[in-house]
Design a protein around this ligand. Structure first.
Ligand SMILES: Nc1ncnc2c1ncn2[C@@H]1O[C@H](COP(=O)(O)OP(=O)(O)OP(=O)(O)O)[C@@H](O)[C@H]1O
Length: 250
């Protein structure tokens, strides 16, 4: 499958939401979200429970439909496109539920995620070796049912699936959720490596320390809008601002 290439204005944000409203059934959840995700950097989407972070990601992926506003990827309006078309532009999305098939082996999970491969041998060998280096558990449990993996190993498999083919933008909902500190370090390393390969990354996080270590940019949501956006370093150095924006989430 070919990935559509859009124009390459490197200064323009890779992903840009403007005034996005989303309704779920009778509920008005997003109330005009403005969010920019600069190319080649890591952007953290923070906010209290129920602030609208997951709904924002799902709206980007076309899993919910924006009722107003626009979502642009590499300058193209993707607001009304279907999810497979959006993914086809080179956007990978790892939901909080991870989307792993527990009855299938790790290998089968990876093959299913690689749209251009029908067998493991058809997955790009250099890329697979790189994924094994990033996430040794994926290699170690290659022929084991994915359902038997620990929570951290499942999260690694979920990210490994998302990057089995080259992607321009990787979106992950709460990658650090429930992970032990050693696994969190491994995850941070992996995202760093991805960034070095030129992948733009958008992560939803509850863990402010994880966010501080990895984020170049930050956007904070509350009540269905982005209430703060800027450089992560500026927020990390301002404890009063962190408290007022994130409150108990800290
Ligand atoms: N399927 C749904 N039906 C009705 N309301 C929903 C649905 N999904 C989400 N909501 C509501 O939308 C609001 C935003 O939810 P969302 O999951 O986007 O928040 P979040 O910031 O990701 O929070 P969390 O960290 O708890 O996942 C919440 O009030 C939630 O109850």
């Amino acid at each position: 499958m070919t990935t559509a290439t859009a124009h390459t204005d490197s200064a323009a944000p890779l992903l840009e939401l403007s005034g996005v409203h989303t309704h779920i059934a009778a509920y008005h959840i997003l109330h005009g979200v403005d969010l920019t995700v600069p190319r080649g950097e890591v952007t953290m989407l923070l906010g209290r429970n129920g602030a609208g972070k997951t709904t924002t990601l799902r709206t980007v992926m076309g899993l919910w439909r924006a009722s107003q506003g626009t979502v642009k990827f590499a300058g193209q309006d993707i607001t009304r496109l279907a999810t497979p078309q959006i993914a086809g532009f080179g956007i990978a999305y790892v939901p909080e539920t991870m989307g792993i098939f527990g009855d299938l082996t790790v290998r089968e999970n990876m093959v299913l995620a690689a749209r251009s491969a029908r067998t493991a041998a058809q997955i790009d060998a250099e890329r697979l070796a790189w994924i094994f280096r990033l996430f040794p558990a994926v290699e170690k449990f290659w022929n084991h049912p994915a359902g038997k993996l620990s929570g951290g190993q499942k999260q690694m498999l979920a990210v490994a699936r998302a990057i089995v083919e080259p992607r321009e933008l990787l979106i992950v909902d709460e990658p650090s959720k429930g992970l032990a500190p050693a696994i969190i370090n491994n995850m941070i390393d992996a995202f760093d490596q991805l960034k070095k390969r030129g992948v733009t990354i958008l992560l939803v996080e509850q863990n402010i320390n994880f966010a501080k270590r990895l984020g170049d940019n930050v956007a904070v949501m509350d009540n269905g809008v982005v209430v703060h956006a800027g450089r992560m370093q500026a927020l990390a150095q301002d404890e009063a601002l962190q408290r007022s924006l994130l409150g108990l989430a800290l």
